[in-house]
Design a protein around this ligand. Sequence first.
Ligand SMILES: Cc1cc2nc3c(=O)[nH]c(=O)nc-3n(C[C@H](O)[C@H](O)[C@H](O)COP(=O)(O)OP(=O)(O)OC[C@H]3O[C@@H](n4cnc5c(N)ncnc54)[C@H](O)[C@@H]3O)c2cc1C
Ligand SMILES: NC(=O)C1=CN([C@@H]2O[C@H](COP(=O)(O)OP(=O)(O)OC[C@H]3O[C@@H](n4cnc5c(N)ncnc54)[C@H](OP(=O)(O)O)[C@@H]3O)[C@@H](O)[C@H]2O)C=CC1
Ligand SMILES: N[C@@H](CCC(=O)N[C@@H](CSSC[C@H](NC(=O)CC[C@H](N)C(=O)O)C(=O)NCC(=O)O)C(=O)NCC(=O)O)C(=O)O
Length: 528
Amino acid sequence: MNIARPLTFYIPQHRLAIRTLACTETSSFQASSAGNRLRGLRQHFASSCDKMAPTTKQYDYIVIGGGSGGSGAARRASGWYGAKTCIIENGRSGGCCVNVGCVPKKLTYNMAQINRALRNGRHYAYDIPENTPFDFGAFVEKRDARIEALNGIYETNWANEKIELIHGKATFLSPHEIQVDMKDGSGTVTLTAPKVLIATGGYPLKPTDIKGAEYGITSDDFFSMKKLPKKYVLVGAGYIAVEMAGMLNALGVEVHMFLRQSRFLRKFDPMIQDTMTKHYEDAGVIIHKNHPGIKEVVQVQAATSESDPSSKQLKLILTDGSEFECNELLWAIGRAPEIQDLDVKRIGMELGKKGHIVVDEYQNTSIPGIYAIGDVTGQAELTPVAIAAGRKLGDRLFGPPELKDSKLNYDRIPSVVFSEPNCGATGLTEPEAIEKYGKDQIKIYHTKFRAMFYDVFSEPERSQNPTEYKVITVGKEEEIVGMHLIGDEVAEAMQAWGVVVKMGAKKRDLDSCIAIHPTSAEELVTFK
Ligand SMILES: Cc1cc2nc3c(=O)[nH]c(=O)nc-3n(C[C@H](O)[C@H](O)[C@H](O)COP(=O)(O)OP(=O)(O)OC[C@H]3O[C@@H](n4cnc5c(N)ncnc54)[C@H](O)[C@@H]3O)c2cc1C
Ligand SMILES: NC(=O)C1=CN([C@@H]2O[C@H](COP(=O)(O)OP(=O)(O)OC[C@H]3O[C@@H](n4cnc5c(N)ncnc54)[C@H](OP(=O)(O)O)[C@@H]3O)[C@@H](O)[C@H]2O)C=CC1
Ligand SMILES: N[C@@H](CCC(=O)N[C@@H](CSSC[C@H](NC(=O)CC[C@H](N)C(=O)O)C(=O)NCC(=O)O)C(=O)NCC(=O)O)C(=O)O
């Protein structure tokens, strides 16, 4: 007979209630008389101690967080070097990028682009109805199915590379002892390893000083929307606000951006700030510049369901006393490091002023044997950065001797904004270059033109879709220290330009390459 139910033993001296797993051996229970029964019970208890979920498991490498960084790091350590590795993941495998970041964003961007192309078709004499109908809810279902598949792909990848996935919430008991509160409610397990990596990412901020701020949403909630609302307010001025505003606008939503200043993307070059803000206004996004701010958010009517904000009614009381009504309010005001559950204070870990985990150039934290990568360090909050940092760390910790000094070089990291149109950058902005080298040492190459695609457009769209490039060079050799691009398909082109700038190309290298005509990118090798 199998004892199918779990048995619980209480061991006073350990103050532990240890759940034993279902045991299959029953002989130690049945065969003995009373005296033997006790022996049998002791034997059974001893043997079941071996079989119960071990309260402490040991690894070479514990990775906290199964997002881009944690996955990249664990796969390098285990898949390449055979380190006994586990990933502790409290949410869905793949982390922010797969579940509420890059993947759902890019798929939604692609859908919005199709709608934009349909609208543009009439300039190329397509007889396409003004508002071609689409089923946003059906699209969301397809998108969510892909994400679910990705969750599985990640877990399959990890299993194939002998990485143990432990679903639960990790907390430090001591520098190399992690307690996991198991997601299946089966209690806790304790893991130990000489090397522990923190890759717990970040979370989107909501204001704490605005009454009713909780009635607004963040990018994490954005993707649960299955029905487009009529009127959408976005507060914030970075990547997320600009990407989401562009997508919603392309999908026919009335979009309002509340900016604290007069431009968005203010961490980018002034050219991108100026041209993109103007382009968004020309494309119909209503930008409230130097906005007085929101004093209170009143929920006039709750949404009938989380996925349908079209029924939601919010009234925004602004600091100047005026009021503004909308269906949805998205806070896109930045992200903070996800360290709450880790209890890193218990182990005395050094944190930056915004709570990011402080690391050196080798991703070492202030505690020996504990490392951190990705958004939780705030170094450069991008998926490929998290992955690359994790891979380099794996090379250094578990790779061959020649890789013992591996570390990620954070200079000249390219990135793009999936805006309308795209914009992308690598290296220094013009103000940064002037600050670093002095105005007299730098040379700016700039061009702004209408891409041929728009030549057959009628006004005003014909002149509203700028393509604009800026290349910043320094010194006599004219090394390229910054490249800033605006235009359709810049997101795809930027990878190659990122390599060009990363390898230290000079202006003469651009001039030496024959142009590809007719393309927009040819303007980068034919600067006057
Ligand atoms: C809307 C949006 C769009 C984006 N678009 C892009 C883009 O186009 N390109 C790009 O490069 N980047 C993009 N990013 C940024 C990118 O998603 C992040 O830089 C990247 O996911 C960071 O990876 P990470 O491994 O540091 O953290 P994450 O991917 O966030 O992974 C951290 C994981 O740790 C888990 N975790 C946290 N605490 C614990 C704990 N105590 N115990 C167990 N598990 C825990 C979390 O559940 C999570 O799964 C976007 C971000 C957002 C929000
Ligand atoms: N395509 C990509 O690669 C993407 C990357 N990401 C990553 O995720 C990170 C987070 O993105 P995001 O959330 O947009 O954050 P960002 O930090 O990029 O931008 C947030 C902006 O909102 C404004 N802001 C800050 N606080 C407030 C406030 N209280 N009220 C109003 N506005 C405020 C600030 O601009 P200002 O000072 O001008 O007001 C700030 O720059 C990005 O930095 C990027 O690394 C995210 C999406 C896409
Ligand atoms: N990058 C191409 C392919 C798309 C792609 O890379 N999709 C990923 C999800 S993107 S979001 C997930 C993200 N993947 C990547 O960023 C892959 C980038 C490049 N292939 C690399 O290996 O570095 C990540 O977190 N990686 C951590 C890890 O792989 O351990 C995927 O399908 N992955 C399934 C698989 O890899 O089999 C594109 O954008 O079209």
